[in-house]
Ligand binder design. Structure first.
Ligand code: S3P
Length: 168
């Protein structure tokens, strides 16, 4: 897209730990676009962290906040939006983001995701006894949503810069 034009949003979707936020941030600075992280936007709006929201109001409430973020919580052009891993799993969400811009999905194997997310307490869904099993289960449920992206990219064994240069 040439500069000066209204650049459509680019939505990065995919499982936790596939690099949406780091890649989105890097890409936004290279393309001179605004970076938005849906989790961060929700935390700012609510004045508390994702683990707090999950603990006090539960996952279903968090999903409503994600829906509101997509429908009227962010600009409709000029942004690279890193979407929380479960954002596209609600009915209508894939179509909602596709109608607002381009959608790219980042993938990684469960082993890679496990190593990238290990020790991070900010993801309530992976705070379980067997996170690897949980990753496999969620991934199997979510694959059909992730595969609806216009562009899919595997990030295992790829550096952030490599992924960014492919998406540029
Ligand atoms: C979630 C992913 C997280 C965050 C929340 C739930 C999910 O975002 O939205 O913990 O359901 O996959 P990241 O994908 O940015 O880690």
């Amino acid at each position: 897209v040439e500069s000066g034009q209204k650049k459509p949003n680019l939505y990065l979707i995919g499982f936790m730990g596939t690099g949406k936020s780091s890649i989105g941030r890097g890409l936004a600075s290279r393309l001179d676009m605004t970076f938005i992280d849906s989790d961060h936007a929700i935390e700012e709006n609510e004045g508390r962290s994702i683990p707090d929201i999950f603990a006090s109001e539960g996952e279903a409430h968090f999903r409503k906040l994600e829906k509101a973020f997509v429908e009227n919580g962010h600009p409709d052009h000029g942004c690279i939006v890193a979407c929380g891993g479960g954002l596209v799993t609600q009915p209508g969400m894939i179509d909602a983001i596709k109608s607002r811009g381009l959608v790219a999905c980042l993938f990684a194997k469960p082993e890679t995701i496990l190593s990238r997310t290990a020790g991070n307490r900010n993801r309530p869904l992976l705070n379980v006894d067997n996170p690897e099993e949980k990753i496999r289960k969620l991934m199997a449920e979510r694959e059909k949503f992730y595969l609806q992206a216009g562009l899919c990219m595997i990030t295992d064994h790829r550096s952030m810069l490599e992924v960014i240069s492919h998406l540029e």
